[in-house]
Design a protein around this ligand. Structure first.
Ligand code: SAM
Length: 221
């Protein structure tokens, strides 16, 4: 896949940051995040017939009625997590595995939960084939988080919830960040950035209006 398309994607991310920074607080994303966006081959995470559009700045279908998120949103959510090399991150909503792959280049390890077993299997095989060996994909309902591996330095949810799941708040380390889209299915949703301070108190701010597929599972019925 041509590097011109990747350069164009990076430029579009920069322009979107410029136009949204008053909400996001991020006029420029850290260089390590932009490098991850440049280096992880998005075309490997989309179905064969979609590959020509792999570096377009938009969500794309991945089967089972699900999507791989827009590159700008992936980059922004990654940056908002403040990823560090020693961090252990939980992702809810593996989908194609692309967001997990981006994160895995920046942190120690990623646990990623996917509710649709076919997607979980495909993503695990893909990530293994591409050499992202510090990611563990788990099939299940991410609403409950992953108590046996908690607490996490950061938690990222890539499907829209009706509310912030309490287990995810509880499984965040002091000093950690939880990024989650909250709102109505296919209607108004806000990307919330929740920070837990050293005393364990939570502070929430809205970082952007977004459009994600809904979080499903038992608690969202
Ligand atoms: N992060 C993904 C990527 O990089 O391709 C995109 C995720 S897609 C927008 C949302 C994903 O969340 C879907 O694959 C969906 O099946 C999954 N999902 C929805 N509800 C879930 C739940 N309760 N637990 C785990 N995964 C869930």
């Amino acid at each position: 896949m041509g590097s011109a398309k990747i350069k164009q994607m990076l430029r579009t991310i920069e322009l979107e940051c410029e136009s949204t920074w008053r909400m996001t607080g991020r006029r420029v994303l850290r260089q390590s995040v932009m490098e991850a966006m440049a280096n992880v081959p998005r075309e490997e995470f989309v179905p064969p017939d979609i590959k020509p559009f792999a570096y377009d700045n938009r969500a794309l279908p991945i089967g089972n009625g699900q999507t791989i998120s827009q590159p700008f949103i992936v980059a922004l959510m990654t940056d908002l997590l403040d990823p560090r090399q020693e961090h252990v991150i939980l992702e809810v909503g593996t989908g194609s595995g692309y967001q997990a792959a981006i994160l895995s280049t920046l942190v120690k390890s990623v646990f990623s939960i996917e509710i649709i077993s076919q997607l979980a299997t495909q993503a695990a095989n893909r990530l293994d084939r591409l050499g992202y060996h510090n990611i563990k994909v788990i099939q299940g309902d991410g609403y409950q988080g992953l108590p046996e591996q908690a607490p996490f330095d950061g938690i990222i949810v890539t499907a829209a919830a009706s509310h912030v799941p309490i287990p995810l708040k509880e499984q965040l380390k002091p000093g950690g960040k939880l990024i989650i889209p909250v709102g109505l299915p296919f209607a108004h949703q806000e990307l919330l950035l929740i920070s837990k301070n050293r005393k364990g108190q939570l502070r929430t701010r809205s970082a952007l209006d977004v459009a994600f597929v809904p979080l499903t599972g038992q608690q969202e019925q």
